[in-house]
Design a protein around this ligand. Structure first.
Ligand SMILES: Nc1ncnc2c1ncn2[C@@H]1O[C@H](COP(=O)(O)OP(=O)(O)OP(=O)(O)O)[C@@H](O)[C@H]1O
Length: 250
């Protein structure tokens, strides 16, 4: 469902990505791993329309999406989360999810905030949908808390809830376990399983190898901007080149 073909990105004199190609199957969980500076975040930024590529293409469900901006990608069913959590800190947890839903609603944010009669039912529907995603990610009890006061782990869950509210076909997560304690990481693994259970394709850049090996069906390994290997967790763990370049470090 996601086809990355020959992606190259040169920043000044630095080749961050060099002819990287792989395909991701519908409903699968894929990990993108590799040492610092391998090009993982650059790859995510190109797929999700934040950076342009020097050459190559990206297709989603057979449609060429190369270079489309994030809002358009969200409408096509692709969302992402960031390494540094990006939330509306002054809003409540519930409002953070509702904002994402308002962008899809027919009434729009202005009509809803003015409490126009036709928008009241819509507002109720959006509130209910947002509560569903808080429940799905296990943070219903925090609905009325200010997002800026959340712990790092709960902030991450909120970011995932907000992305899921768009009802994506594919979600890309950039280092979702970074900054989480081991209990929170276990919870994240379960949540990724639940997301996959809904038929949503998951792609994650991640350094936590236990999590990657646990949740991924397939792994793509990048090193110095090139694809070094691709395969099942077991194949990757046994690949001598991968061990030498990355896994061997500890
Ligand atoms: N905006 C930029 N301008 C110039 N060089 C960049 C830019 N973004 C990334 N690079 C370079 O591209 C290479 C790949 O970086 P990237 O952040 O994609 O690696 P990464 O695999 O995500 O690393 P990490 O695991 O540390 O997050 C690095 O050499 C980096 O310095």
């Amino acid at each position: 469902m996601l086809e990355v073909s020959g992606i190259t990105r040169i920043f000044g004199g630095v080749t961050a990505l060099d002819d990287v190609s792989f395909t991701i199957g519908q409903g699968s969980v894929t990990g993108v791993i590799g040492p610092n500076g391998a090009g993982k975040t650059t790859l995510f930024n190109i797929i999700t329309g934040i950076y342009s590529r020097t050459s190559g293409s990206v297709k989603l469900g057979g449609k060429d999406i190369t270079g489309l901006p994030p809002e358009q990608l969200a409408r096509l069913g692709m969302v992402r989360t960031f390494q540094n959590i990006e939330l509306f800190g002054a809003m409540t947890v519930l409002e953070n999810v509702m904002v994402g839903l308002h962008t899809k609603s027919s009434s729009g944010l202005l009509a809803c905030s003015l409490m126009m009669p036709w928008s009241i039912a819509e507002e109720r529907r959006i509130r209910k949908a947002a509560m569903h995603w808080l429940e799905f990610t296990g943070i219903t009890g925090l609905a009325d808390d200010t997002a800026g006061n959340l712990s790092f782990g709960n902030g991450r869950l909120l970011e995932i809830a907000r992305a899921l509210a768009v009802e994506p076909r594919i979600i890309l997560m950039d280092e979702p376990a970074a900054g989480l304690n081991s209990q929170e990481t276990l919870g994240l693994a379960q949540l990724i399983g639940k997301i996959r259970g809904m038929g949503i394709t998951v792609v994650l850049v991640e350094h936590d190898m236990e999590l990657v090996m646990d949740v991924c069906d397939r792994i793509v390994v990048l090193n110095l901007g090139k694809k070094l290997a691709e395969g099942t967790p077991r194949e990757i763990q046994e690949n001598t080149e991968v061990i030498a370049a990355y896994l061997g470090d500890g």
